[in-house]
Design a protein around this ligand. Structure first.
Ligand code: SF4
Length: 447
């Protein structure tokens, strides 16, 4: 019986990609995946601390593993990700003595080294191994995801060198580092060879890709290069920053058929003073201009944003600026969050978290309701239209897929649709998903 591992992942797509890497590394060592923590010999908790609730969840989960560790002393518990942070794990080690290994974000190395102690060919770090594997076209997805995974995440730039005052990421993930283009392409090729049809290129500020490398390609050029990978059907990228979203990048999205017309570009707040306090580096007007330009070039492009309500000092009038931006721009998605102070950030050290929780909740709900109306109206325009849907899996008897604009579509069909792009006619729309009917037979081709 092979030894088994279990991974619990909290947080952003970067963490999902990191967990895939950890799984792949463990399978190189002979471990097999289990979805039951009680059966596992190694449990990895890949954590997120971007909000207090995420951190509390991770610590709660960790504490619940303690009795299991007492019953099964050979169990290896690995705490990974933002909770550990790039600054080391000394404090956590004292607080959590039953955790065996602490790993910073994106680095399965400490766990691999721990598990491979005593072996002749100890991998110095999984990053090196992964890089060589990728360069040889040999990056292997964890077995339980091979042939199953249709859409995969590929980090292209790690860390962030910005200093948004509410954000803990730069402290946790370190300075911005773009991955070499050769590594990225090799990884995408390898994923495509394993059945992956869609990749999402990831970065905290993905449109800064290449800016830390003299003479390296930028994101627009990277998209053109990745576009050439055979077998790959769709490319997405996130998260963009309004200051770096160039017309050259828009042109790449507009011209390259595999690059999907969906852009994630957070505004965070609509009021200029709040934006200055957040240290975002743009104004409401800049953001509106950006959306206008994107829409001029790509009228059908969907645009997603992030918004934080209740930032320190945010007045009712300032909040209403945010409300009006959402009301006017009618974006496809707004990821909403209530501000929560994160230890170590500039906002926590220097600003007063003075918007009461109830008020934060009221503002949050107002935006939520507005956005529900906006998206319902946008989605209604899809009714009766036929769109290409990439189907990923069957959920409760219905196939689940995504349109090029990243809308979630469900469809009933007896056909085997996993990994297929099929023209689907939209028969029902709601704010968060749509239903579609399919023709009798579908092909693998882009339709
Ligand atoms: S751009 Fe700002 S919000 Fe995004 S990761 Fe960097 S510091 Fe955080």
């Amino acid at each position: 019986m092979p030894m088994k591992y279990h991974i619990w992942t909290e947080g952003c797509q970067m963490n999902v990609a990191d967990s895939q890497r950890v799984g792949s590394s463990l399978e190189h060592l002979g471990y097999a995946f289990t979805d039951t923590p009680e059966d596992a010999d190694v449990i990895v908790l890949n954590t997120c601390v971007v909000r207090q609730s995420a951190e509390d969840k991770a610590l709660g989960r960790l504490t619940s593993l303690r009795p299991l560790k007492e019953r099964k002393p050979g169990l290896v518990i690995n705490l990974m990700g933002c909770l550990v942070g790039v600054r080391g794990a000394e404090k956590l080690r004292e607080k959590l003595p039953f955790v065996d290994v602490f790993s910073p974000p994106s680095d399965p190395g400490p766990l691999v080294s721990f598990l491979s102690q005593g072996e002749i060919q100890i991998m110095e770090s999984d990053e090196t191994t992964r890089r060589f594997a990728a360069m040889d076209g040999d990056l292997v997805l964890p077995q339980h995801e091979q042939g199953q995974l249709i859409s995969a995440h590929v980090p292209v730039v790690y860390g962030c060198s910005h200093a948004c005052t509410f954000c803990i990421i730069p402290f946790r993930r370190g300075v911005e580092r773009s991955r070499p283009v050769g590594d990225i392409v090799a990884e995408v090729r390898s994923l495509a060879a394993q059945g992956v049809k869609e990749v999402t290129l990831l970065g905290q500020i993905v449109d800064r890709y290449g800016k830390d490398v003299p003479d390296g390609p930028n994101l627009a050029a990277l998209l053109r290069i990745v576009h050439e990978v055979e077998g790959l059907e769709r490319i997405r990228f996130l998260t963009s920053h309004p200051n770096y979203f160039t017309e050259e990048l828009m042109d790449s999205v507009a011209e390259l058929p595999k690059v999907m017309p969906h852009i994630e570009v957070p505004i965070q707040a609509g009021d200029d003073e709040v934006l200055t306090n957040m240290k975002r580096g743009y104004t409401q007007r800049d953001y509106r201009t950006l959306v206008e330009t994107i829409r001029k070039k790509m009228p059908d492009c969907s645009i997603a944003t992030d918004i934080i309500v209740g930032f320190p000092g945010e007045t009712e009038a300032q909040f209403m600026e945010t409300y009006r931006v959402l009301e006017d721009l009618k974006l496809d998605v707004a990821h909403l969050a209530r501000y929560s102070a994160r230890e170590g950030t500039v906002a926590t050290r220097r600003m007063n978290d003075d918007v009461p929780d109830m008020e934060k909740m009221r503002r949050f709900r107002m935006l939520e309701e507005l956005q529900e109306e906006v998206v319902s109206d946008i989605n209604k325009k899809y009714l009766g239209r036929t769109v290409e849907v990439l189907f990923e899996e069957k959920v409760k008897g219905r196939w689940k897929g995504r349109t090029p604009t990243n809308k979630l579509v469900f469809s009933e069909s007896e056909q085997e649709l996993r990994g297929k792009i099929a023209p689907a006619t939209i028969t029902w729309t709601g704010p968060w998903s749509m239903q579609a009917s399919l023709k009798e037979t579908t092909s693998n081709a882009r339709g």
